[in-house]
Design a binder for this molecule. Structure first.
Ligand code: NAD
Length: 303
């Protein structure tokens, strides 16, 4: 969080499950804002990091779930189903009237199923996936797209405002995930085209850094060009956002398109490039590694 004086938490307890690349700084920002953050992750190292950042360790999901507000930030639908719906999970241990905010990127239908099951137990559930990457999480400037009940959104807003600067209620349960799917297809498509621009510039003997500086200042400019052009030109691909997760998100986007009965041909092509990145062994690297795939397509692998 940018301003430590904005301590809005006033001791409210938040259970936080999933302290990875995103969850870890998000939970730390909530602790810095004055919330009592009770964190759990299958990785004990991640839990220790939260304790160092001012949070508290929960020994298991059940302990983290006994809070008025519970946030989950997990990789994919199966983990959310296990943590929220499974035995010993969040719903089994939730307090009456609790607010569950799932900030993972998962399938819209999973978010709807979670909200329905939660309602049966008197728990209000929101899907609230985020955009802005690790840096956005660290700086507390994420974009957050929220699906679910209006009153639940209003209750969650003070917490979400600690984590992000653009926080929008986009519709009923699952709508947040559909907006996130749209976000992810734009992000992957942009990376693919920036990668192609670098391949073209370098193959033509033009300084790619200088060329991309110009692109970033014109109509082609984007947050991706702003934040990632230098690391791409320098071939630095430490995540960030892993190809494996973006592969999952392209699957969500294509399934959502099928559900909505529309064709997204460019998304289909970009999804294949992301799949190729996995196939070429880049699954654990940052999604900007699409550059390596497009170099390989032209037989111009650099290292
Ligand atoms: P990550 O893999 O770094 O973190 C996920 C964490 O969940 C890990 O620490 C893992 O140990 C933990 N976990 C997995 N299963 C668990 C379980 N059953 N119980 C408790 N903990 C469990 O992933 P991330 O990059 O932090 O992404 C989290 C979500 O946010 C994903 O859905 C991703 O698509 C989305 N997202 C990521 C970014 C990004 O830039 N990394 C940006 C926006 C959205």
């Amino acid at each position: 969080m940018s301003d430590a004086s904005e301590r809005s938490g006033s001791g409210t307890t938040i259970g936080f499950v999933g302290l990875g690349i995103m969850g870890s700084p998000m939970a730390a920002n909530l602790a810095a804002a004055g919330y009592r953050v009770l964190g759990y992750d299958v990785s004990a190292e991640r839990v220790e990091q939260l304790v160092t950042a001012g949070g508290m360790a929960a020994p298991n999901i059940a302990a983290a779930a006994k809070a008025q507000i519970v946030i989950t930030m997990l990789p994919d639908s199966p983990q959310v189903e296990e943590v929220v719906l499974g035995p010993g999970g969040v719903l089994e241990n939730a307090v009456d009237g609790a607010l569950l905010i799932d900030m993972s990127t998962i399938r819209p239908e999973t978010s709807r199923a979670v909200a329905e099951r939660a309602a049966v137990q008197g728990v209000r559930a929101l899907d609230a996936p985020v955009s802005g990457g690790e840096k956005g999480a660290i700086d507390g400037v994420l974009s957050i797209m929220v699906g679910g009940d209006e009153a639940a959104f209003a209750a969650a807003l003070p917490v979400l405002k600690v984590l992000g600067t653009t926080v929008v209620h986009v519709g009923a349960s699952g709508a947040g995930q559909t907006v996130k799917a749209a976000n992810q297809l734009v992000v992957a498509g942009t990376y693919a085209l920036v990668a192609e621009a670098i391949v073209l510039l370098e193959a033509s003997g033009v300084d790619a850094s200088a060329g991309l500086d110009v692109l970033a200042g014109g109509l082609a400019g984007s947050r991706i060009l702003e934040l990632k052009r230098q690391s791409m030109v320098e071939r630095r691909f430490a995540p960030g956002f892993r190809i494996d997760l973006h592969h999952k998100d392209m699957g969500i986007a294509l399934a959502a398109a099928r559900e909505a009965d529309v064709a997204l041909p460019v998304t289909g092509l970009v999804a294949q490039l992301v799949a190729a990145a996995r196939g070429q062994g880049y699954g654990g690297q940052d999604h900007s590694v699409l550059l390596k795939v497009l170099e390989n397509v032209s037989g111009r692998a650099t290292t």
